[in-house]
Design a protein around this ligand. Sequence first.
Ligand SMILES: [Zn+2]
Length: 103
Amino acid sequence: MVTYNFICPDCNNNVLAEILTDVVMTSIIVDIHIKDDQVEPDYQEGETDGGIVERYQCDHCGFVLKTESDQTVDSLDDLKNWLEEHGVVQLDNDYLSDNESLN
Ligand SMILES: [Zn+2]
């Protein structure tokens, strides 16, 4: 197994965001406050269902991942290719033991 880390080419941030459309989101409401006739729910957690990947982008600056042919990366296959080209391999135990077994 190889684990890749995303590093943004523009800002060096390492948080990758997956942007989905057509998604159903369920939010759990724990308390409902009413103040001056305004309803203000307290949301505890959310859960999403379904959805179609529209793009992958840097969570910090919004840099959108593009394929070699300048198409927006919108599938895990494209993401894999992008990471193989631009990602940083994380040196985890599996990686180290894989290399040790070569010696
Ligand atoms: Zn960025």
